[in-house]
Every structure is written in C-alpha cells, then in structure tokens.
Design a protein around this ligand. Sequence first.
Ligand code: XIL
Length: 346
Amino acid sequence: MKNTCPLLLALIVIGPMPVSPQTLREAANQRGVKIGAAIAPAHLGETEYAATAAREFNQVEPENAMKFGPIQPGPQTFNWAPADVVVAFAQQHGMAVRGHNLVWHRQNPGWITSGHFTADQLHSILQDHITKVVIHYHGQIYAWDVVNEAFNADGTLRSTIWADSPGIGMSGTAYIEQAFRWAHAADPKALLFYNDYDAEVMNAKSDSIYRMAKDFKARGVPLDGIGLQMHFKLDETRFASMEANIKRIAELGLQVQITELDVRIPVGPSGEASAADLRRQADVYRNAAEACLKFPQCTAIQTWGFTDKYSWIPHEDPGFGAGLEFDTNYRPKPAFYALLDALRTR
Ligand code: XIL
C-alpha cells in the first residue's frame, strides 16, 4: 500500500462517494418517482428536443395527440400514428407513458360536435372511443387521464356534450363513473386518473372532486388517482392549502400526480422575462414540487412541455410565457434547479 495514491486509498477504504444527481431523471429515479413532460411528436425529429427529453425525464405524455379530435378524426377513422410516435420514443428510452385524455369538453372532433347525436348515440360513441383507444395502448400506458376538467370553479358539474348537452344519458357524476368503468374493462392494469385545473388548493372545485373520489372509492369505482394540473402564475402562494388538499386525497388511498405544471410570467415581444420573475417562478416550482413530494402517494411530477421554445402559454395568454424549466435554447432555468433540488431533498 506504500505507493498507493491517497485518492485510490480513500476509494478502497470508504468506497466511491455517492454522486449527486445532475438530471431531473436521475434525481427522480433515486427517489422512486416519475418526472414527466408533455411532448409533441412533431418536435421529436429535432435533436436537442429529443435528447433533452430523454435525458431529463422518465415519463412522457402526448400534449395533444391522444385527445379525441386528433386520435379519432372520423367515426371510423383512427389516427394512431402521431401518438404511436410518442409511445415508441418512450419505449426506446425506457420512459413511462401517461395517456391524456379520454373524455373532455375541448378538442372533440367536428363529426361529434356538429353531429346532432342523441344521448343513446353518444353513449355508444364514447364507449367505443374509450374501449378502442385504451385497447390500442393496452399495457403500454401505465396511467390514463380518463376524465378531464369536468367541474366548474363553483364545484358544480360542467355542462358538456358528455355530461348533459345532451350527455350520454347518465345524470350527475354517473357519466364520469361510466367512463372509468369502460377504461378499466379495456385495460384493468392501467391506473385511472381524474384530472383538473384550479383544484390544487382547498376550494369549491377541489371539494367536489374530493366528494366524488370518496364516493367512487366507497363504491369500488376503478379510480386510482387525482391529477392536479398546476397551471400557475407567480401569485401562487397557497402551498399550505395545497398540502391539505393533497393530504385528504392521499388519505382516501389515492395517488396524486402533478400533471401539467407550468408557471407563466410576463414576457417582452421576443419572449424575454426578467431575472427577478425567473427567480420567483423557481420558488413556485420548488414549493409545488415539495408540497406533493411530502406524500408518498405523490408519484409523479410532470410539466406541460419542457422548453419555452414550445409552450401553449403564449397562445393561450398573450403577453405571458417562459413558463417551463428550460429556455428556448434548452438551457436549464432557475425553475429547473428548483425542481432538481426538490427531487434531491428528502
Ligand atoms: C392544451 C395544449 O397544450 C394546446 O396545444 C392545445 O391547443 C389546447 O390544449 N389542460 C389540459 C391540456 O388538460 O390538455 C391543455 O393542453 C392545457 C390545459
């Protein structure tokens, strides 16, 4: 040992020093949770887009490709290819896939929205849609957003083509329950989620979702978790209330997943944001991730996209943007380091 260099000696005696994870994916793997991003198949041909997604995430979800309109553009026409590209990319890189979504009031195809169907017809159309889509991805999608955004801010049920205009002929939350039962029949192993926005904290909407979830659990409806979208602004400070809401869902024996996190900030004409806002944005990312990760039932954190180059925010809310954890050049932002830190900390 006389001539052994001290570093080698240290390695022999104490073993290699644990290396702190440098990517979101490594940190999430060490912790045993999923870190995901919504992605668009059209961008996967861009080297930096694909490389960043594969390096940083162990889960993906198609941002639009599995929605009713895109995936079933005609009564007998299924457009599987774009969504299949996302699933193949995930498989190639050992990533889990979340499916989004089976029942929603937006992005439905024209043949349905202008079809003047009766409730009976819509009942069959929805059963057929859910069954065929879930079977197509049987065993390849570990979790589905079965029903998306079914409640209003005041906690009442949203009036939609599936609920009551004309609906599928089932009153109250029965149509939601039916959708979960159809999805479960098509892939009994897939985890089934109800997903919504502005229901992260204790409020009228999250109260209604909680009541529905409690009722579903009591009656054995196949509901496995609640997705909290988390489309936030900088003024999001209600993290204690968020924790209380996550706690009550977890206590029902359900999982909680952050499904669509982004934090929009004011931007200039070319998308630039102030350094102060980017720091405040990072705080929202950190607090949201920490609120969820406090609970073992919090099994995934996913952002709605990952690069500011491609984000729905500037289209949805002109004057705002820069909501994600990578900038338009795929450089990590303060929000990235906040997420990484939250994932590393126990
Ligand atoms: C958005 C997409 O990001 C946009 O590209 C599309 O034009 C509209 O839908 N809640 C959801 C997502 O559940 O499906 C939405 O995605 C954003 C809000």
